[in-house]
Design a protein around this ligand. Structure first.
Ligand SMILES: *Cc1c(COP(=O)(O)O)cnc(C)c1O
Length: 392
């Protein structure tokens, strides 16, 4: 009997290999930076990390992690409310709230944990959640965890007429929660916050914004999608990650009104039943946030490099998706071509990822570049030239 089970698994894996979707690791042997060491390959230029601000190897972050390990040890071996809360958890949460201008914040071990915690905890039978179809997988899963009797609707990507239709249908729900990514990871486009906020006001709904690819990246000082549109304070609830621009080590958070945070402390399940954010990660995240707050010019520098990279690629005739985020998709339209391009680039020393169906729609295969402030202008010139030569 068991043999069938394992054979079934082997067949599924074989199917993935045949379909070309089977993923394999490459092993890093150095910190994440503009250039990193990959095992059996050597030095590569990294254009596929979320290390947008180049903080992952900053000495201030590393030092604060070392100090936290020495002061607090590995961890509390506990969840927050038993004996896993450190003073630096509160300090980091106060810092997040100060940064975003919210009343309070709460950390989780990842933004994945935050989204799967917050969505089911907020909603009760009769309420409705409405989610953009391109929202991150953690929002999709968070929506799957809602209680029986909570209604769920998916609206077409950034389609405001469709969102309005869904809000209209849900008009009798006591709570209508609209959830959107700030920056969408595959397209690099930014949520239409002004229109969403208008609809949310019109239908007396609640807005939750997941700014994981936006925090530290967009808005003049890196405060994300709200700041990008000059609309600070317009989302009711913000979730985001420390695992991208804010150091890249890991951790996530939710920020909003005090009563929302208080409720999460009382009822959100990853908070109640899973270990707290390790002190070393808490310290690194706090240092990353402090670094960003006292050096806001790094956001401007990233924006200038991104604009420069976009222009270089366009001037060389490459078909990029327009946008204002640090994600630059180059459209290839053919899945085997996109995969082979990513492999050829890797051979030349440029690390990018190729994406094809089902991660992106059929016939929309692409390679995705992510800009980091760690890159130099010479790196960008060189990468643009190599990409152009390989695409033709
Ligand atoms: C990356 C990402 C997450 C997951 O963040 P982790 O902290 O790595 O769990 C959640 N939401 C969005 C929109 C993301 O891009």
């Amino acid at each position: 009997m068991k043999e069938q089970f394992y054979e079934g698994i082997r067949n599924r894996l074989e199917g993935m290999k045949e379909a070309g979707t089977y993923k394999q690791y490459r092993y890093l042997e150095s910190p994440m930076s503009a250039r990193s060491q990959i095992k059996s390959k050597g030095d590569v230029l990294v254009l596929c990390s979320n290390n947008y601000l180049g903080l992952a190897d900053k000495k201030e972050l590393i030092q604060s992690g070392i100090e936290a390990l020495e002061k607090y040890g590995a961890g509390g071996a506990s969840v927050r409310f038993i004996c896993g809360t450190y003073d630096i958890h509160q300090e980091l949460e106060d810092k997040v709230a100060e940064f975003l201008g919210t009343e309070a914040a709460l950390t989780y071990t990842s933004c994945w944990a935050a989204n799967t915690a917050v969505i089911p905890a907020l909603l009760q039978p009769g309420d409705t959640v409405l989610s953009d179809e391109l929202n991150h997988a953690s929002i999709v899963d968070g929506c799957r965890l809602i209680a029986k009797g909570v209604n769920k609707g998916i609206y077409r990507h950034s389609d405001m007429a469709h969102l309005e239709e869904k809000l209209q249908e849900a008009k009798d729900s006591p709570v209508k929660l609209v959830i959107t990514d700030g920056v969408f990871s595959m397209e690099g486009d930014i949520a239409k916050l002004p229109e969403i906020v208008e609809l949310v006001r019109k239908y007396d709904a609640i807005l939750m914004l997941d700014d994981s690819h936006a925090t530290g990246v967009i808005g003049k000082t890196g405060r994300g999608t709200e700041e990008y549109y000059n609309m600070i304070g317009s989302a009711d609830i913000i979730t985001s990650t420390f695992g991208k621009a804010l150091g890249g080590a890991g951790g996530g958070f939710v920020a909003g009104k005090q009563e929302v945070i208080d409720l999460m402390v009382q009822v959100s399940r990853p908070h109640l039943f899973s270990n707290s954010l390790p002190p070393v990660l808490t310290a690194i995240a706090k240092t990353a946030l402090e670094y960003l707050m006292s050096n806001p010019e790094i956001v401007q520098s990233l924006r200038e490099k991104t604009n420069y990279f976009r222009k270089q690629l366009k001037d060389r005739g490459l078909n990029i998706l327009e946008g204002d985020s640090a994600i630059i998709p180059i459209m290839i339209y053919d899945a085997p071509k996109a995969v082979s391009l990513a492999n050829k680039l890797f051979e030349k020393g440029i690390y990018v990822t190729g994406f094809s169906f089902p991660v992106v729609p059929k016939d929309e295969a692409r390679i995705r570049l992510q800009v980091s402030d760690a890159l130099s202008y010479e790196d960008i010139d060189w990468a643009s030239e190599v990409i152009q030569n390989l695409v033709d």
